[in-house]
Design a protein around this ligand. Structure first.
Ligand code: PRP
Ligand code: URA
Length: 207
């Protein structure tokens, strides 16, 4: 399993503002968009390409184009905050959805929705901003594998070592691309220092 981090000053800048508890949902969504653009590029730097002959206005030349379909699967609901940048950057991308919600007492994720396009020959990117215990991500990856996906990458904004370890154990072949690796989890299984509940901050739903 490989773990790649966004080692970039712009990523640090964006994450710092994202963490700030005074950041309002409108800016929070904007920062999430920008960070996900960086993550989308990092997570796809090894995409396969094939040769293609084209004609420019001046000459013929050989170029390269993406070889395989791309599927992005946001884990609802917070993962929706990472969907648009993938759709904006990649010309040809299909979207699947998996709805998972952590129980507030046990932090174990419950599946309430699952709709997936064909993933058999595709490169599948599972996107969820927070990798805490890793239960949600591991569950999503298992469900997508059951549909025949062979090449999956997990893309998250903030991860905890516990979540990375869980995915490493359950799905050792799945690379993880993170914006940043935080220190750990608190008693309620929230990431520290983290940014709180991503879904609530994205949608302005906290009490
Ligand atoms: C959050 C987050 C992940 C999950 C991470 O979702 O978006 O899906 O928690 O935690 P884990 O690694 O311990 O499983 P949440 O369950 O709060 O649902 P929401 O996206 O609907 O807010
Ligand atoms: N889900 C979140 O939104 N934040 C955390 O810190 C952990 C899980």
């Amino acid at each position: 399993m490989s773990l790649r981090l966004l080692n970039h000053p712009l990523a640090e800048h964006l994450i710092t503002h994202l963490r700030d508890k005074t950041t309002k949902p409108v800016l929070f969504r904007n920062l999430s968009y920008q960070l996900t653009l960086l993550l989308a590029l990092e997570a796809t730097r090894d995409l396969e390409t094939v040769e293609k002959n084209i004609e420019t206005p001046l000459a013929t030349c050989k170029g390269r184009v993406l070889a395989r379909p791309l599927v992005v699967v946001p884990i609802l609901r917070a993962g929706l905050g990472m969907l648009q940048p993938f759709q904006d950057v990649f010309p040809d991308i299909s979207v699947g959805y998996i709805g998972l919600e952590r129980d507030h007492e046990t932090a174990v994720a419950r599946n309430y929705y699952f709709k997936l396009p064909s993933v058999r020959d595709a490169r599948t990117l599972v996107v969820d901003p927070m990798l805490a215990t890793g239960g949600s991500a591991s569950h999503a990856i298992s469900a997508i594998k059951e549909r025949g996906a062979e090449e999956i990458t997990l893309v998250c904004i903030i991860g905890a070592p516990e979540g990375v370890e869980r995915v490493r154990q359950d799905h050792p072949e799945v690379p993880i691309v993170l914006g940043i690796l935080d220190a750990g989890l608190n008693d309620q299984k929230y990431i520290l220092p983290g940014l709180g509940d991503f879904g609530d901050r994205l949608y302005g739903t906290h009490a």
